[in-house]
Design a protein around this ligand. Structure first.
Ligand SMILES: Cc1cc2nc3c(=O)[nH]c(=O)nc-3n(C[C@H](O)[C@H](O)[C@H](O)COP(=O)(O)O)c2cc1C
Length: 353
């Protein structure tokens, strides 16, 4: 029904307007008492999904929603009810900011891809606290990034301010140093800059949550050179991080099926969806080879089917995330993926664990 009826209607709207409309529906579902429980019951009927115990948490299934969809931590309970095993909210920055001028989100339907230069539009980490404090059923990771107007030399202070606010309420914290739409952000992936940043965030987490160790992960770009991927893995191990999320969107544009004019029309920004698949798998395998079983790896980038999600798990992913496929395939995709992976797991080989 989504593909035949709703998606064509949404396509008539600019991509960001369609997102706001879908989001408004999710908020509506959240506002009507009892509806989320009904949806949960309807969608999760029948066979058990494949639970995953990791990061000290019990994930109902390994399929997560990647950061950027629920930037302000507003609809995570509705998204959990739709079947996501966890939701990563954010990116939240130290200060509220409007993001880049619109239009800033574009579809490339021939590639089932998106290009975005949203630029971390969000209400800021302080604003999200009240919502993150609410009791919840859904596992929620909180992704944090740098406020655009904060000078690069003060980046650590901005991340630490957000960490102090959201840390106590996060099931895990993800440090985002990989979005292409905040000038200079990706330079923080260089180990000499990443080490002090991650150390400061770890320390702040320990201070604000002394009784519960909040897992800390770092999210990296697919455009890192192989040796830099290795260097981040080594650093994560050295600092005792729990894991790595790989990958964010790419600034590359090669191998696309869309016409050159369509691609050029999008302009600058991060490309997501199937064109990311190959590099995302490569980075995952590299990280797993480097880290052995000492890091939790969340694989993201171009996953659309249960087979692809299962392939990631077999290639070393502890959990996976999706974003673009959710936009193209609609609200039933999380359940379809979770059930599909459970079936593949039943007949398949034991994944890396
Ligand atoms: C519109 C849009 C906004 C995004 N915003 C964020 C963000 O705020 N923070 C972040 O870490 N990743 C963000 N991402 C990247 C996704 O979390 C994900 O890493 C990427 O899209 C690759 O996964 P996919 O191919 O399944 O979409 C965004 C992606 C899209 C398409």
């Amino acid at each position: 029904m989504y593909r035949a009826l709703i998606r064509p209607l949404l396509y008539l709207l600019p991509a960001e307007t369609a997102h706001h409309l879908a989001f408004a529906c999710l908020r509506l579902l959240t506002a009507i008492p009892g509806v989320l429980a009904l949806i949960r019951r309807a969608l999760h009927r029948g066979e058990a999904a494949s639970r995953v115990q990791t990061l000290g948490l019990d994930f109902p299934n390994p399929i997560g929603l990647a950061a950027g969809f629920d930037k302000d931590a507003i609809a995570y309970e509705a998204l959990g009810a739709l079947g996501f095993g966890f939701v990563e909210v954010g990116t939240l920055t130290g200060q509220a900011q409007p993001g880049n001028p619109t239009p800033r989100l574009f579809r490339l339907p021939k590639d089932r891809a998106l290009v975005n230069r949203m630029g971390f539009n969000n209400r800021g980490s302080e604003d999200a606290v009240a919502r993150l404090q609410q009791p919840r059923e859904t596992i929620v990771g909180v992704n944090i990034g740098k406020t655009k107007v904060v000078p690069e030399e003060d980046a650590i202070g901005d991340y630490v301010a957000s960490t102090r606010r959201v840390g106590p309420h996060a099931d895990y914290v993800a440090v985002n140093v990989s979005s292409p739409n905040t000038p200079g952000l990706r330079d923080l992936q260089a180990t000499e800059r990443l080490r002090p940043l991650l150390s400061a965030v770890r320390e702040a987490l320990n201070e604000v949550s002394p009784a519960r160790r909040v897992p800390l992960l770092v999210k990296i770009a697919p455009d890192l050179a192989d040796e830099d991927v290795d260097a981040v893995a080594d650093l994560a191990l050295d600092l005792g991080l729990e894991g790595i999320i790989a990958t964010n969107t790419t600034i590359r544009r090669d191998g696309l099926r869309s016409d050159v004019a369509e691609v050029e029309h999008c302009g600058a920004g991060g490309l997501s969806g199937p064109p990311l698949h190959e590099r995302s798998v490569e980075v995952l395998k590299r990280l797993r080879a480097r880290a052995g079983d000492r890091l939790v790896l969340i694989s993201v980038g171009g996953i659309e089917t249960p087979e692809q999600a299962w392939e990631r798990i077999q290639a070393g992913a502890t959990l996976v995330q999706i974003y673009t496929a959710f936009i193209y395939e609609g609200p039933f995709l999380p359940t379809r993926l979770a059930k599909g992976v459970a079936q593949l797991q039943k007949k398949g080989t034991v994944p890396f664990s």
